[in-house]
Design a protein around this ligand. Sequence first.
Ligand code: ZN
Ligand code: ZN
Length: 159
Amino acid sequence: MHYKRMRSHGTTDPQPKRVSPTCEHCDRPAIARGWCERHYRQWQDRGDPTYSDRRRAALDPIVVNQWGYLQRRGKKSIENGHRLIHREVTDAKPGEHVHHINGIKADNRRENLWVCSHGEHLTAHSSLQDAAFAAVRSGLIVFEGGMYRISEDSATTAC
Ligand SMILES: [Zn+2]
Ligand SMILES: [Zn+2]
């Protein structure tokens, strides 16, 4: 992203009078690669401009949010304010979805998380509903009192 920015500010184009650009990762003025002095130095030292931001953010306590997902508390945010643990575990990029395969929102083991597109996510959920209705037809799930539940017969005969 910042490569493009550097190219568009090439020496052949006269620089328009404008406020100096700010760093991609904070509010300080950018001095190189679209980053401020501190973030640029971290990139030189660690190969990652946000190295210490990530390290500090990783120390924030984990809490359950209002939707039942785990996230980090604390104002310090990286990646557009995403502080969700399932995104941290999968290193999901903005726009990517993370699906909890077993439906347990707090189970952020890597094998329970699937990184996908919005469309793939919708397909995963609709296929689950199709599978659930198939289980109703085969008697694995029963409908009683306006609710679905796993049939007791199928639970006890399973091995
Ligand atoms: Zn910065
Ligand atoms: Zn999902």
